[in-house]
Design a protein. Structure first.
Length: 66
């Protein structure tokens, strides 16, 4: 059914879907961020693997933001 709601709340990354559906952002109500969390033991035992993961993720994010 269409037309039952005056407003919606959506998690938006790029806004492409909003544009595709002819929707307009009225207000930003919250800015969210992604976090990588490891417990202290895992962090110490798997530091090299975690560090590589973080490095790889940062490279991907930087590449996408160019």
């Amino acid at each position: 059914m269409v037309g039952l709601s005056e407003l919606i709340v959506d998690i938006v990354e790029t806004g492409r879907t909003l544009k595709e559906n002819k929707l307009v952002e009225v207000a930003s109500i919250y800015t969210a961020t992604a976090r990588l969390i490891a417990n202290r033991v895992s962090f110490k035992l798997k530091f090299d693997r975690l560090n590589k993961l973080v490095t790889d993720l940062r490279a991907i994010v930087e590449e996408e933001n160019v």
